[in-house]
Design a protein. Structure first.
Length: 204
């Protein structure tokens, strides 16, 4: 891809560093900005720079926050005794979008993965253990990806909490609605059988 301007090329290269953005998409974004008023582009740049410089991580759950405590933890209407344990901030956003959960969260910052060099000490696991010990937590809901790394992380934390009376659960796993059994992998199908539910009796 040839450019007549090094300024344009540099801008395209920076946008192309973003995940999921290729050179062609980056070029479209840069050309779009060139069509905007300088004030609008300046505001765009200022918002991004301000976000990166001033954003914080909640001291309680490690979610993103404007202050020391995020808006979810600060909300008195949320059930503080209920914690949903997730891998990253994107998971918090995904669950919040369902509007089906009214508890709080704990962001681990990843999962245990020895092959990738990620151990328990590199995650926010100890902070979770301390929350359970210091706060009146009744239940931990693990909403981690259903794979070996996620299951290993759940097992490790559960072992750390074996002396605690906190209830440990995980989100239901199984065949997606509309899915076909022959295309399901063995782990998913096995989980579906283990987590089977009673069929409602519609006929008395």
């Amino acid at each position: 891809m040839q450019f007549s301007s090094s300024l344009l090329e540099n801008a395209v290269n920076e946008f192309a560093k973003l995940p999921g953005i290729g050179k062609k998409t980056a070029l479209r974004l840069v050309l779009h900005l060139l069509k905007q008023e300088p004030a609008e582009v300046g505001q765009f740049s200022e918002v991004i720079a301000k976000m990166r410089a001033e954003i914080k991580f909640c001291q309680r759950c490690h979610n993103v926050a404007d202050g020391d405590i995020c808006s979810i933890c600060a909300n008195s209407q949320r059930k503080k005794e209920l914690i949903c344990v997730v891998e990253n901030i994107r998971d918090v956003i995904a669950i919040e979008s369902t509007q089906q959960f009214n508890g709080t969260y704990h962001v681990l910052g990843g999962v245990i993965s020895p092959l990738d060099g990620i151990g328990p000490d590199q995650l926010n696991i100890e902070a979770l253990i301390q929350r359970v010990e210091k706060e009146q937590i009744e239940e931990l809901i693990f909403a981690l990806n259903p794979n070996i790394q996620g299951d290993t992380t759940i097992y490790y934390i559960q072992k750390k909490l074996q002396q605690s009376s906190v209830r440990v659960t995980t989100i239901a796993r199984g065949i997606a609605f509309g899915g076909e059994l022959e295309y399901a992998d063995e782990m998913t199908l096995g989980r579906s059988l283990q987590n089977r539910l009673p069929v409602e009796r519609y006929v008395k």
